[in-house]
Design a binder for this molecule. Structure first.
Ligand SMILES: Nc1nc2c(ncn2[C@@H]2O[C@H](COP(=O)(O)OP(=O)(O)OP(=O)(O)O)[C@@H](O)[C@H]2O)c(=O)[nH]1
Ligand SMILES: O=C(O)[C@H](O)COP(=O)(O)O
Length: 210
């Protein structure tokens, strides 16, 4: 069984645009980098995750131990669909799509989410407002149509139900808290902005950009 995590990362100049009123370019870049490192560290510590990939049009932002997948610039869902098809072609059995803007994410919650997903064939992690999708796990369904974007949770549920899948919807605080708006930022505990942990367990090295 090979479970891949796929993390989408938006181009530097466009990322976290909704925070432009409260953070300057350098501050937004620093926040994005810090959150990315936290998500990658949690994935590296998660027992249920075998391999990690980042889909991004800036491969220099992807740590060398992590597979970098290209983004052709057609938006989040196209980037994820293209990235996922590369991972299925590489022999992935399971796929966890998880956003890079989850500053509190914990390895234990990732493991719990994946295990819940295995029991149902799929899992969705709602954001704390109950409207967005912060993570999506799917086992073996290689052509699932990603529906990320505003209010994506109901679209993901509809797409799953149309295929006869009833996704698990585990409530895991660390997966529910994403940073989109100044109000989200105001809820971020100061400790979450402390220096980021290092990748403690190296995922299987993969130095190629494909
Ligand atoms: N590769 C890739 N990742 C994306 C793209 N759009 C969003 N993402 C990533 O998808 C996740 C969720 O993105 P959003 O919540 O929309 O965050 P954002 O786009 O950085 O923020 P805003 O600019 O304020 O909308 C984050 O990990 C983003 O970096 C895209 O076009 N390509
Ligand atoms: O929930 C989603 O599908 C994406 O993360 C985009 O939605 P957002 O408005 O919560 O960023």
């Amino acid at each position: 069984m090979s479970c891949w995590a796929l993390v989408p990362l938006k181009a530097r100049r466009f990322g976290k645009s909704r925070l432009a009123g409260v953070l300057d370019d350098a501050e937004r870049a620093s926040l994005v980098q810090s959150m990315l490192e936290r998500v990658l560290a949690a994935l590296a510590d998660a027992r249920e995750i075998d391999r990690i990939a980042v889909v991004c049009c800036e491969p220099e932002r992807v740590p060398p131990a992590i597979l970098s997948l290209p983004d052709s610039g057609q938006g989040l869902n196209d980037a994820l669909a293209a990235g996922a098809s590369r991972l299925w072609a590489r022999g992935a059995d399971e796929l966890l799509v998880i956003h890079a803007d989850l500053p509190l994410v914990r390895a234990a919650d990732i493991d719990c989410f994946v295990r819940c997903g295995r029991s149902q064939g799929m899992a969705l992690a709602a954001d704390r407002h109950g409207s967005g999708t912060n993570a999506l796990f799917v086992a073996g369904v290689t052509d699932f149509s990603f529906q990320f974007g505003a209010h994506s949770l109901s679209r993901h549920l509809a797409a799953a139900h149309a295929r006869g899948i009833a996704p698990a919807l585990p409530e895991l605080d660390s997966l529910a808290f994403d940073i989109d708006t100044p109000a989200d930022l105001a809820c971020l505990p100061p400790a979450a902005l402390a220096p980021t942990p290092h990748l403690r367990r190296s995922p299987t090295p993969c130095l190629i950009t494909c």
